[in-house]
Design a protein around this ligand. Sequence first.
Ligand code: PLP
Length: 351
Amino acid sequence: MINYLSDTITLPTDAMMQSIQEAKLGDDVYGQDETVNHLEEFAAKLTGKEAACFMPSGTMANLASIMAYCPRGTKALVGDESDIYIFEAGGASVCGGIMYEPIRTQSDGSLSIEDLTNAIPIDKNDPQFALPALICLENTHNRCGGKALSLDYLSEIKRFGDENHIPIYMDGARVFNAALSLGVDIKEITQHVDSLQFCLSKGLSAPVGSIVSGTKQHINEVRRIRKMLGGGMRQAGILAAPALVALQTMIDRLTEDHQKAKRLAKELEAIDGIEVETKDVHSNIIMFKIINENFTWKSFLEAAEKNNVIFSEMGYGRIRAVIHRHITDDDITSTIKIIKEILHSNIIKAY
Ligand SMILES: *Cc1c(COP(=O)(O)O)cnc(C)c1O
């Protein structure tokens, strides 16, 4: 299989498996797991924040963060193409009594200041309105094809948040991809947000988990909500150990994924019947469409799968390819050959 489904499919490295064997463990709900404590300290420092909390998933990291910022009956301003809005089962509404206000997502993954301004009531004392308590950004932006938000935009949005007394939260599931794409230290990005989460289990290849980092106060609150949601884990050092290996050894190699993504996009673009939506590839995600009267996105995905190539659909018939550690240059060569055969000779059978 050549599997472009997601970077979440990456398996732990040998060094990660070894680290699990050797991890010093304790009960993390009592703060006694040394490995978790080490991971949290390391992650806080890496992101330039006061504190960090290890979470079982990015979804729980986002939910706990939103709940920590937003009292019941307030609004979280979220992109209408964001993971938080689309892929997280409405958790903040269900668990927190929080209203998601979907803001149009621009093609570069940003939310415009104008649209955000319109989501803030002119008179905050008018009792008719739910008040915004948080702005959520996504970086890199998945459904915008892995776009990295620019530092200029981030500083503008932070100023806007400060002026309006609304904190800025970043769903930075792939924020290390963003930093590498911009060629900056991660702190250049994180300085513009009050808090963020990032995933350990995507391109970084750890088996499980995310980190929330932010102020001590925010992390204390996130930790309480994590417990409430059932995310307090006991000997979690088993998971924290490979996560530490991921942060210590797996960040820089993400540039290889970016290079391969650029190559795949370029070669896809050259195929008659394929339109690459995100020609300007920033990171490890490519979106493309099939423009061929014999295929819908669905029949194309089926034909690809019969030939052992797996993609996914990301709304509006867009097909997503995610590059990760297990995709080789040879895989890309084979992928292009297979796609050409599918589209141009209508051979759907495996060869
Ligand atoms: C994967 C992802 C999440 C959720 O992380 P899980 O660990 O799968 O729950 C959140 N936001 C974005 C942008 C993601 O890509």
